[in-house]
Design a protein around this ligand. Structure first.
Ligand code: RIB
Ligand code: CA
Length: 308
């Protein structure tokens, strides 16, 4: 199940996962506040599922704010509606009445070998683990977009956005006795979508291709290019789905990850024990590299699976 804060890169991750023939058994999409407010993130998630024609996947809204801190959003990156470049509409696809945290606990208790795929702040996941710690032994893997080691931060000099927004939740998740696979900025900044990739998506001539072309040619796509002086845009969250579909696209190292929560200066910093300097368990697969062209072939192939 996916836990997200759509967000354009969350949207692409979901579109890939929900695509015809993906082979993924998606039991639910849960939503957390992050890129924008919970109200807009849950609407965006419903919009995306509707665009994908996946009315079969239930969508749940979770926490509207971090465990202990006020919500920090990223409208400057994603736009005031959280999905700059996509035409916003009020979806028919309903929001489930059950809270996302209750749904996460219920599904962890009922679905064997469940995989959680959070691509926003980790508030919902942490709340579920805190309320029902026993679910940890039933979770096969938590596949996370978040954190940074060799890369600097993208919201402060030392923190990546998802971890920064709710560092207390991130500490709970990274300290939980569960296998984690984590895609930080170290790897997401190595797979930058460029004009030639977007041109290929545009050339599909499909409704999905046209929608994503508009999004990938909007101000959203320019933000990171201007900020980091790059010729492409990271599609951070899509790394999680690409891993689920084709893990060999990535290279990993087993590490321990701790999260700074107290310092105003370094809150949300992920301290990655890359060289076993501590006795802490190496329970996180940390993505260190990606075959970027294979990654984009996979992404474009999944987008092409939507035929009008
Ligand atoms: O730092 C990138 C992450 O923050 C992505 O998940 C993006 O969607 C935002 O949530
Ligand atoms: Ca996200």
């Amino acid at each position: 199940m996916f836990d997200c804060d759509p967000g354009q890169d969350d949207a692409i991750s979901l579109i890939m996962a929900l695509s015809p023939g993906s082979g993924l058994d998606i039991r639910a999409i849960t939503v957390v506040a992050g890129n924008t407010s919970l109200v807009k993130c849950q609407r965006n998630a419903r919009m995306i599922a509707q665009i994908c024609g996946r009315v079969d996947v239930p969508i749940f809204a979770g926490r509207a704010a971090p465990l202990k801190l006020p919500l920090a959003t990223a409208e400057e990156v994603h736009g005031v509606e959280g999905l700059d470049g996509l035409d916003i509409f009020e979806p028919d696809l309903p929001l489930q009445s059950e809270n996302a945290v209750d749904a996460i606990i219920r599904l962890c208790r009922s679905v064997d070998d469940i995989v959680l795929v959070p691509t926003g702040p980790l508030t919902n996941i942490a709340a579920a683990l805190t309320r029902a710690p026993e679910i940890a032994e039933r979770i096969s893997e938590i596949v996370i977009m978040g954190g940074a080691r060799a890369e600097a931060g993208n919201i402060t000099p030392s923190a990546e956005f998802n971890i920064y927004v709710d560092p207390h939740a991130a500490r709970i998740v990274f300290d939980a006795p569960v296998k984690k696979t984590t895609f930080g900025l170290d790897v997401t900044h190595k797979a930058l979508i460029r004009d030639e990739h977007v041109d290929r998506i545009a050339s599909l001539g499909t409704e999905m291709g046209d929608r994503l072309t508009g999004m990938l040619r909007s101000d959203y796509a320019e933000y990171d290019r201007a900020k980091f002086g790059t010729s492409g845009t990271p599609i951070h969250d899509a790394c999680t789905t690409a891993y689920l579909l084709q893990p060999d696209v990535f290279t990993f190292k087993s590490v321990n990850v701790q999260v700074e929560v107290d310092s105003p200066l370094t809150r949300g910093h992920t301290s990655v024990d890359f060289w076993q300097m501590t006795e802490r368990p190496r329970d996180t697969q940390w993505a260190v590299d990606v075959d970027a062209e294979a990654f984009f072939e996979l992404m474009i192939g999944r987008i092409a699976a939507y035929t009008d």
